[in-house]
Design a protein around this ligand. Structure first.
Ligand code: AMP
Length: 108
């Protein structure tokens, strides 16, 4: 199967504005930002959507949320922010690799 665009970013085959990376995830700016701060938090593990998460992914999920909290601080989203996950076709998911949107920097 062809790699998703996010897997290609993880593998450094296409560029992205990466703001954070560790062993488990990569975070980069969304190319079509919906807010002054719009980051995508993407696990390196290839998980198609939120619906494919299993019990073994619980620590990974906790890590992703800890990274979101850390980045919210670094990007000075002191008044709050929104975490979004679009799951599947009806959820409006357009890239079949699990990711969380972190949006903030204005009143949403
Ligand atoms: P979703 O619709 O929840 O699957 O979100 C996919 C997001 O990925 C959209 O907000 C797109 O703007 C964003 N996106 C697509 N391609 C890229 C890319 N190459 N670099 C950064 N963001 C992208």
């Amino acid at each position: 199967m062809a790699k998703t665009i996010f897997k290609q970013i993880i593998d450094k085959e296409i560029p992205a504005q990466i703001v954070y990376e560790d062993d488990l995830c990569v975070v980069f700016h969304d190319v079509h930002p919906q807010a002054p701060v719009h980051l995508l938090v993407v696990p390196k593990k290839e998980i198609v959507s939120f619906n494919e998460l299993t019990a073994e992914d619980t620590p990974l999920l906790g890590h992703l949320f800890a990274v979101i909290q850390k980045l919210a601080k670094e990007f000075h989203l002191d008044n709050g922010y929104r975490i979004v996950n679009n799951c599947g076709k009806d959820g409006g998911q357009s890239v079949a690799h699990l990711h969380f949107h972190l949006l903030g920097g204005c009143q949403l």
